[in-house]
Every structure is written in structure tokens, then in C-alpha cells.
Design a protein. Structure first.
Length: 226
């Protein structure tokens, strides 16, 4: 690995951004750890290009600065603690009251706040009847709200708002065709109290004659924010 250390002031900038700079080409007072190093021109500074940098502190005095590339840097551990649950089966329901949508849940801690998104792919067996979505969670919560947008046709959506578990007690309008994949998107906030438990997506059919199917690949995404 090539590392360059040089004084902040009186720097000589090469005309060729890919030039190999020899020791004699630098002004007095500049220290080069390697005699020949690849460099790239950056504004009024010259910086070495490499994937990683290790600098011995003994090579730097109080006036020296090391410049290095950071474009390849990545953070470990995911994005802000976000996690996902992906539905693997194709569960069905013809229940006219809310029931669990098996496979789309996650554990929640006490005295915590979660923001949640659910991307729900669904089908109907009967275009006469609609579908409903909500969620459930542990007792003693302080906030349980969601807004769900349900696609019915290429140009028609149904907006559903719930201010508590298992609400609203309503279903969408009917879909255009049977056996077609439609999309519903839920955005929710759950703020738990002293009781931990599980966040659980729930769903229902408008009529027992209409069987609803949730399609594998539907995804629940969540993040604990407080």
C-alpha cells in the first residue's frame, strides 16, 4: 500500500493526475513515506488513491496531514437498525373479522417506539368484495396508528386509516379481476407501554364468499426509533 504524508502548505501539484512523484520533485520540508506513489489531483491538494489507509503516528508531526480516498467506505450493521420480515407462503382468509396474517409479525420491546411499513401483495377470488388491513400488538400501548393505501385497479386506490388495533372496521372497494396481484402499503407507528409483545399484521374479507390471498414476497419492514 502507498501512503503519502506532506506539509499542508507550499505543496507542489502535479500536472498529470496519475503521475508518479519522485522525492526530488517535492519542495523542501515534505516527507514522502514511499519514494514513488500514485496520486490524484483534488482541488488544491494531492491525495494518494488506495482502498485502505494505515498511518504510523510517528511519521506525522503537528503540521502534517494525510489525505486519502473515502469513496469505498461502508458502515457495518445495516441501516439504523432496520429489519425486515418476508412472507414465504400464500395464506388465505375468508374471515369477515380481523385475523392474523400469519408470517408477518415481529417482537417489540416495552416502552419503545417503532415505525413500520408493510408492502402487501394480495389477490381476491371474488371481484364483488373488498379487503381490509390493520394490526395488533401488546396491551398498554400509547400509540397504535396506521394509514394503508390499497390498489384496486390501474387508476383506483382506497385509503384506510386506523387509530387503534383492529381498526378501521371497514374494507376497500372491490378489485377489478380475480387472481391478479394487487398492492397495499401500510405505514404505521406503534408506541408500547410497560408490556412487551408482538406486532402483528391483520386482515379480513368483506364477505365470506370472497377468499383473500396474501402473496409470498410481501414484506414487513420496521425500525425501533426510541
Amino acid at each position: 500500500m502507498s501512503v503519502m504524508v506532506y506539509h499542508k502548505t507550499q505543496c507542489t501539484i502535479p500536472d498529470n493526475p496519475n503521475a508518479a512523484i519522485s522525492r526530488d520533485e517535492w519542495n523542501e520540508g515534505h516527507e514522502i513515506v514511499d519514494a514513488s506513489i500514485p496520486v490524484a489531483k483534488l482541488s488544491d491538494h494531492t491525495k494518494p488513491v488506495h482502498d485502505a489507509l494505515a498511518i504510523n503516528a510517528d511519521t506525522l508531526d503537528t503540521h502534517d496531514t494525510a489525505y486519502f480516498a473515502t469513496a469505498d467506505h461502508t458502515h457495518q450493521g445495516g441501516s439504523d437498525g432496520e429489519a425486515s420480515v418476508v412472507l414465504t407462503g400464500n395464506p388465505t382468509t375468508a374471515s369477515t373479522s380481523f385475523v392474523d396474517l400469519a408470517g408477518l409479525s415481529f417482537p417489540v420491546l416495552a416502552n419503545s417506539t417503532y415505525i413500520i411499513e408493510a408492502f402487501l401483495i394480495w389477490r381476491t377470488s371474488n371481484t364483488t368484495y373488498g379487503i381490509g388491513f390493520s394490526f395488533n400488538g401488546p396491551a398498554n400501548k400509547t400509540i397504535a396508528c396506521h394509514m394503508t393505501t390499497i390498489t384496486l385497479t390501474a387508476s383506483t386506490v382506497y385509503l384506510m386509516n386506523g387509530s387503534d388495533y383492529n381498526l378501521p372496521n371497514a374494507t376497500s372497494g372491490s378489485a377489478l379481476a380475480t387472481g391478479t396481484n394487487y398492492m397495499a402499503v401500510m405505514e404505521a407507528i406503534l408506541q408500547t407501554g410497560a408490556t412487551p409483545g408482538n406486532f402483528q399484521i391483520r386482515w379480513r374479507s368483506e364477505n365470506a364468499s370472497g377468499t383473500m390471498t396474501a402473496v409470498a414476497g410481501s414484506t414487513l419492514r420496521y425500525r425501533k426509533v426510541a
